[in-house]
Design a protein around this ligand. Sequence first.
Ligand code: GLP
Length: 244
Amino acid sequence: MLHVRMIKAKNPEEVGKIAADQFEALIHSKPACVIGLATGSTPLPLYRELIERERAGKIDFTRVRSANLDEYKGLAPDHPQSYRRFMQENLFDHISIRPENTIVPDGLAEDVDAMCRGYEEKIENWGGVDLQLLGIGHDGHIGFNEPEDHFPVMTHEVALTEMTREANKRFFDSIDEVPTAAFTMGIGTVMAAKKIVMVVTGKDKADILYKSFFGPVTPEVPASILQMHPDVTVIFDEAACSWE
Ligand code: GLP
């Protein structure tokens, strides 16, 4: 039984606007909500839209709390390619969210288990994620949950596949600089969110979008688990459904 709501938009900008509507509605109904955020190029139009809407007085982030999906292992928060830095530059520095209300896994954690446990506890203490934003990797990864023989439950360390390192090398000077590991919320952490919004754009994502929502639920396509979540909205552009 497919509970997934699929919304087709014209282009990445429209995907961003429709996704922003979901955030705006949540923040209006619950000003101190908890949002789960994602990195990658797909959420950028959404982040630009959220910044504009706060400037226009339509949203207020002062009480919002946010938890990011993942971080590269070994990168300091101010490293140019760290996901903490990405979030600062593309969203947090431009909205009224309080720094202490934003969490991203600590890429430099020495005690990995303690850091991962602490991350889960923090989200739990906040009352859980109300709205989790997701992008999708070409192999179906969500956060950095790569294809495996099982669905990892909690926040954990993961080795990055060559496909993911290849895809992400565009942000680094060379492939050798792309970290080989990361910390990511687990599939269980993601599935615990009350509502999930996935954004997907571009022709190169058409195949994996189709497999994720019209194929079998399998840990070999991590995003396919979303078929089991009761409240998922996938917003994609025309290019990303070029199987039609
Ligand atoms: C990274 C992130 C994912 C993201 C994916 C796709 O691997 N860890 O959270 O969804 O990239 O990124 P893009 O939107 O740039 O295609």
